[in-house]
Each structure stands twice: as structure tokens, then as C-alpha cells.
Design a protein around this ligand. Structure first.
Ligand SMILES: [Zn+2]
Length: 207
């Protein structure tokens, strides 16, 4: 297991150790030296009780497969993906479960460059045409970040992507069941940004 068996993998590990392990996995991925293959051997090895050490909320974008970009094996991280990593009750409940029941100390919200959900929101706001169906929920949830970034700013999309990550982080930190553990320092919620071309994950400061 080597570099993946750090403190963050132990029950009751700290947020700092979990983050270090997660970022170490991304460095392995970026350097072209991942150690985890997703074969049935890994599945069998993880088939007992699960003891994940982090939960990552990311986008559905097909270019951002979370277990791969963090070089994580089966059983290591919980993954939630929605369009533009938008929150809803199911997402929040899932994170509350992972933190509260599985004792996971780290939540990462991972945005990425050229996010289609953010682009769709920019277009919806520019044209005034709110999409139908449940797609409207995605646009409504991302819209505040776009508005804050400035709809007329030529860099609205990259700015809004960062703002949306930070807003999502803040919302989770204030979640009914997460706020206590976060305030106590037992759980951290952090934001990151994925570079599609280099494979690198950069942490975003709270902003
Ligand atoms: Zn996206």
C-alpha cells in the first residue's frame, strides 16, 4: 500500500492527515505513477467493512473520474458526483452519513475548469432562458456564483467556477449535522479545483 497507508487511512484520523493522503494520491496520478488498479483483486481486498477516510463531491463530467485522479483503491474514499457538484438533500444526507456514521474527517468539494454546468448557467442568465425540468435546479444553485463573478466579466466562467466551489464549501460547513464537527476541528470541508489538462488538484483558499 505504501504511500496510501498514512494516518488518514486510520479510523479517527485527522482532517490534515486525510487531506495529505488525498493529495499524495493526486501527485501519484499526475506523475504517471498510480499504484492502484481497479481490478477485482482490489474489490475483493476491500470487501469487508468499509473504512473510507475522505468523501469527495465532484462534477459528473466524464473527464473527472475521482477515484482515478486521486489514485484511490476500493474502500478508500466515498464519491458523490452531481452536475456542477450541486447540493441537494440527498447529497447533504449522504455526506452527513459518511461523516457521522463512518467517521470520515475530510470532505472535499472539487470543481473543474470548463465546467458545462457553470457554462449552462452563464448562458441561462445571459439569455434569460431558464431551462426546464430538474436542470433548472442546477442552474438555480449555480446562478449566485455566476452573478457574484459578474455576468459581463469576460472571465466569468473561471471566476464563477471558483466562487461556486467556495459557496458549496461554506454551505456544507454550515450544514446542521456538519457544523458541530467542523467547529470542533474533527472534520474539515475544503475546496479544490481540477485541471483537465495536467490532472492536478489545487486547493482553493476559503476566499
Ligand atoms: Zn462540471
Amino acid at each position: 500500500m505504501g504511500a496510501t497507508s498514512g494516518q488518514g487511512r486510520q479510523a479517527g484520523g485527522t482532517p490534515r492527515a486525510a487531506l495529505a493522503d488525498l493529495l499524495a494520491g493526486n501527485r501519484r496520478f499526475v506523475s504517471g505513477q498510480p499504484v492502484h488498479g481497479h481490478d477485482v483483486t482490489a474489490a475483493a481486498a476491500a470487501s469487508g467493512d468499509q473504512q473510507p477516510y475522505a468523501v469527495v463531491l465532484g462534477c459528473i463530467d466524464s473527464r473527472v473520474p475521482l477515484e482515478a485522479i486521486f489514485d484511490q483503491t476500493f474502500g478508500a474514499i466515498c464519491v458523490i458526483r452531481t452536475g456542477g457538484h450541486v447540493l441537494d438533500r440527498a447529497v447533504c444526507g449522504s455526506i452527513e452519513y459518511v461523516v457521522g456514521q463512518l467517521g470520515v474527517p475530510l470532505v472535499m468539494v472539487l470543481g473543474h475548469e470548463r465546467c458545462g454546468a457553470v457554462q449552462a448557467t452563464v448562458e441561462a442568465l445571459r439569455t434569460g432562458q431558464r431551462p426546464g425540468g430538474s436542470l433548472a435546479h442546477l442552474v438555480d444553485e449555480i446562478a449566485p456564483a455566476v452573478t457574484e463573478a459578474g455576468l459581463d466579466d469576460p472571465a466569468v466562467q473561471p471566476l464563477a467556477i471558483r466562487r461556486h466551489v467556495r459557496r458549496t464549501v461554506r454551505t456544507l460547513r454550515e450544514d446542521d449535522l456538519l457544523a458541530g464537527p467542523v467547529a470542533a476541528g474533527k472534520v474539515a470541508v475544503v475546496g479544490g479545483l481540477y485541471d483537465l489538462a495536467t490532472g492536478e488538484v489545487a486547493l482553493l483558499d476559503p476566499g
